[in-house]
Design a protein around this ligand. Structure first.
Ligand SMILES: [Zn+2]
Ligand SMILES: [Zn+2]
Ligand SMILES: [Zn+2]
Length: 252
């Protein structure tokens, strides 16, 4: 399996419009963070988790030419805002793209982007088939295990595919759901900043989950400018934990 981080930033991305802080002004490429998303190549399938507002730019940057299906974690705009650009894939791959999410996410996507799902034959609309998921399912011979996490009061899905687990936008994981993560070789988990936050894990919380679940390797994502410079923050992390950065590729 090969995973490419398409984006590792929080909802506003880094740099934030109008911000003069040293992180937003850094000239280290690793401090430039588009909205969070990953591209997974596995078992002859090409999977994207979330299509945020930077989806077009990310697909161009990584020269993505294949896409089989999309998994959505939740319907916040930093995770769905690029959905209209699925049509580029419809055009050149000549196929409809299936999307997956829990009921709340899919229903919210249908409300927010209602023009896509209206019954008409306007050719320029994205062609998407919707799939409601709740529990483990199989697609193209790949077992996908949704992990139910809480993002303040919102139900969000993380995903485990083989030994790779991706969790973004969470600040609570129940013991039952933690069981599903155990045994992963790689865990990607959201870490917004050092200070507490109402709907995201902070650094201490993310590190304590990584330790508790004994994952071999972990990457932090959905990072805000409050977490500090990539270079400086990286030095303070345990050996098996890294800050993810845009365009990072890992093999599992
Ligand atoms: Zn988010
Ligand atoms: Zn800033
Ligand atoms: Zn969110």
């Amino acid at each position: 399996m090969e995973v490419t981080f398409l984006g590792t930033g929080t909802s506003q991305g880094i740099p934030i419009i109008g911000c003069d802080c040293k992180i937003c002004q850094s000239d280290d490429n690793k401090d430039i963070r588009l909205r969070s998303s990953v591209y997974i190549k596995y078992n002859n399938s090409n999977i994207i988790i979330d299509t945020g507002p930077d989806f077009r730019q990310q697909a161009l940057k990584e020269k993505i030419k294949n896409l089989d299906f999309i998994l959505y974690t939740h319907a916040h705009k930093d995770h769905t805002g690029g959905i209209d650009d699925i049509r580029s894939f419809n055009f050149f791959l000549k196929k409809t793209i299936p999307i997956y999410g829990n009921k709340k996410t899919i229903d919210q996507i249908i409300r927010d982007y209602s023009y896509i799902f209206k019954k008409n034959n306007y050719k320029a609309l994205p062609k998407i088939t919707i799939n409601y998921i709740n529990d483990k399912f199989e697609k193209n011979g790949i077992i996908i295990n949704p992990i139910k996490v809480k993002h303040h009061k919102l139900d969000v899905l993380g995903y485990r595919i083989k030994n790779f687990t991706y969790i973004t936008d969470a600040n609570f994981i129940s013991n039952k759901e933690k069981e599903k993560i155990i045994g992963s070789d790689v865990l990607v988990i959201n870490c917004l900043q050092k200070e507490n936050h109402i709907s995201h894990f902070n650094l201490d919380e993310a590190l304590s989950i990584i330790k508790e679940l004994k994952v071999k390797k972990a990457y932090l994502t959905h990072i805000s400018h409050n977490l500090g410079l990539h270079k400086e923050t990286s030095k303070k992390l345990p050996k098996n934990v890294k800050l993810a950065y845009d365009s990072l590729k890992i093999s599992i």
